[in-house]
Write a protein that binds this ligand. Structure first.
Ligand code: G6P
Length: 606
């Protein structure tokens, strides 16, 4: 949610670096953008509404500035326009900001009382004025200014700051919003996320909450909230700029869908010792917990629903799945016997992070299933299992979602394997063999892309598209429906197949597309009966099923057959046609697939 980039160095044109970095961060927000750079010891600010490309058109690229900060925005306070866009400037202070200053209205009143006048509706302009006010009050001592700023502000912020009195320094301040410092010979960077700077360096420092840094081209000094210098580890990012390029694909989303077999292989390599038929990494033993609560948002929550099915069925532990933003404000029934699992691609989603903090405070063990190493949620959970999806750029998640489901199937398998019923569960005995075959089966489905494109062609003109299924297939319906609506803007709902007749069926008209998913033999006939109910009311039925289920008849218009695999792994195959149908529906509607309107990849506001 909003992206920040800054550069200070002797070798490159700061504006080029910052614009490139902003382009890499555009997935975090894309409704307006701006840059501040130093030209002949004078600070210049340029901002534009809309995408980075609009900003790029107005920025003069001949300028040799070697200090700059930039911002790409996802509006929270005030509409996307030039006034509300960052950087904001007040007196000698210029800032870019990610996060929300919660007490900005009180601070604004106090600042207005001492003569400050505000042009924008943003909390950021208030933060900037406060920094200017404190700078003057502290006899232009920047360290004391930042320390006091941190005491007076509530909420979340990652700030990049320039001060007119020392334009050879760049400041970074962090609380509750991600901020890293990249480093290379005689060049340093700040950014919301490592991919922003991967074209230039893969060495970085993670700022912790309450820390701030003074950065020059050849020095990085990091201070804690008391102003004492702290030593920070320089980390190396496991990945390169190549990983975050689109390569031969039209969109990141398509590339990421196609990366799923490779991600699955990486997950197998990271977690499974095939020779010894066991887990390499210290997969935690969850059998001691009486129940599990999964907290997450969006697709990560949908992955949690798959996890619930698998862990309850095979691990025999009751699982509740809670939307993190709801979990935070309801009466909780969790204690030391509850394990709270937080699932998050970014590891920065504000509601999920807060849910983890509540779980920690309630005395629960917390386990993070996280994609981004060292992210805030990873640092706040008692144990982390990393998904190995690599950087995911498209706003609509695909490969990170399936990596989350993979890890949840590992957890369910681990619980089941240690249970005394093992000999009775055939699926468990052959789990590892089936897991090793999974990337090939995934590839087989991907090779059928033309089939899914044709299905998309038959439904992309409709106003409503429904998904129905039972049990784990219903959880998949929810993800399939979310994928479709978030990128194509077509209204879509997922419904438990048996519940359809209690409401949604009244919406079925001649030609309404209904995607019916049937992968579980035990309940196949029941779901097929529900599919027949919509078919007889005129629905255009797309029937998604597995090759072992020979259930045929005149209840569908189009059939998608996917390979049958281990029940614990089946969702990882079933989801792929749904992702590809959503992708092609959006493409046929000329939608901006990687950057859907109003959305952002990483939601660091509550
Ligand atoms: C945003 C994204 C979704 C994602 C959700 C949770 O809304 O657009 O694709 O599922 O956040 O993100 P997380 O990083 O916590 O998995």
């Amino acid at each position: 949610m909003c992206g920040i980039v800054g550069y200070i160095g002797k070798n490159k044109k700061a504006k080029d670096v910052v614009i490139k970095g902003l382009e890499r961060l555009e997935y975090r927000g894309y409704d307006s953008a701006g840059i501040a750079f130093v030209d002949n010891n004078k600070l210049i600010i340029q901002k534009e509404k809309g995408r980075i490309s609009n900003l790029k058109n107005v920025v003069d690229f001949n300028n040799k500035a070697n200090v700059a900060i930039g911002h790409t925005r996802w509006a929270t306070h005030g509409i996307p326009n030039k006034d509300n866009a960052h950087p904001h400037r007040c007196g000698k202070i210029t800032i870019v900001h990610n996060g929300i200053i919660e007490n900005y209205m009180e601070l604004k009143k106090e600042l207005e009382n001492v003569g400050y006048v505000f042009k924008s509706e943003t909390d950021t302009e208030v933060a900037c004025a406060l920094l200017d006010y404190l700078y003057k009050k502290n006899n232009e001592n920047i360290k004391n200014t930042i320390k006091q700023f941190q005491k007076l502000t509530k909420g979340a912020y990652a700030l990049g700051m320039l001060c007119d009195d020392d334009l050879n320094s760049l400041y970074a301040i962090k609380k509750n919003s991600p901020l890293i410092i990249g480093t290379n010979n005689n060049e340093n960077y700040i950014a919301s996320d490592v991919p922003a700077i991967l074209d230039f360096t893969n060495k970085y420092i993670v700022l912790d909450d309450g820390e701030f840094a003074k950065i020059t081209s050849d020095s990085i000094n990091v201070y804690n909230k008391n102003g004492n210098m702290v030593n920070k580890e320089i980390k190396t990012f496991d990945g390169s700029a190549e990983d975050i390029n689109k390569n031969r694909y039209d969109h990141y989303m398509l590339k990421e869908i196609h990366e799923q077999p490779e991600v699955t292989k990486k997950m197998i390599d990271a977690y499974i010792d095939n020779e010894n038929n066991s887990f390499i990494s210290d997969m935690p033993d969850l059998s001691k917990y009486k129940n599990i609560t999964i907290v997450a948002c969006g697709s990560a929550m949908h992955a949690g629903l798959i996890g619930k099915s698998l862990i309850e069925e095979y691990g025999n532990i009751q699982v509740n799945v809670e939307t993190a933003s709801e979990f935070r404000y309801k009466k909780l029934f969790i204690d030391k016997d509850t394990l709270v699992i937080a699932i998050s691609q970014s590891g920065e989603t504000a509601d999920t992070l807060e849910a983890v903090k509540i779980a920690n405070d309630s005395g629960c063990d917390t386990l993070g299933i996280i994609n981004v190493n060292g992210s805030s949620i990873a640092r706040n959970t008692s144990k982390v299992l990393y998904t190995k999806a690599g950087p995911e750029i498209a706003v609509a998640t695909t490969k990170a979602y399936s990596a989350q489901v993979t890890l949840l199937s590992f957890i369910a398998y681990n619980l089941a394997k240690n249970s005394k019923d093992i000999n009775e569960i055939k699926e468990i005995q052959k789990f590892l063999t089936d897991l090793n075959k999974l990337p090939i089966l995934m590839q087989k489905i991907l090779d059928n892309e033309e089939e899914y494109r044709q299905i998309a062609g038959s439904i992309y003109n409709n106003n409503d598209i429904f998904f129905i299924g039972r049990g784990i297939d219903y959880a998949l319906c929810m993800e399939g429906s979310l994928k479709l609506k978030e990128i194509s803007y077509i209204h879509s709902e997922a419904y438990p197949a048996g519940e359809l007749k209690h409401g949604t069926i009244s919406l079925i008209e001649n030609g309404t597309p209904v995607i019916g998913i049937v992968t579980d033999k035990k309940i196949a006939d029941k779901t097929i009966s529900n599919i027949k109910e919509v078919k007889s009311r005129g629905a255009n039925v797309i029937y998604v099923t597995t090759d072992n289920l020979v259930k045929d008849g005149d209840f569908y218009d189009t059939k998608v057959t996917i390979p049958k695999t281990n029940t614990l792994l089946q969702p990882l195959l079933t989801i792929i046609p749904l992702q590809l149908i959503a992708y092609h529906v959006a493409k046929l509607n000329n939608c901006d697939i990687d950057k859907p309107k109003n959305l952002a990849k990483s939601v660091t506001v509550e």
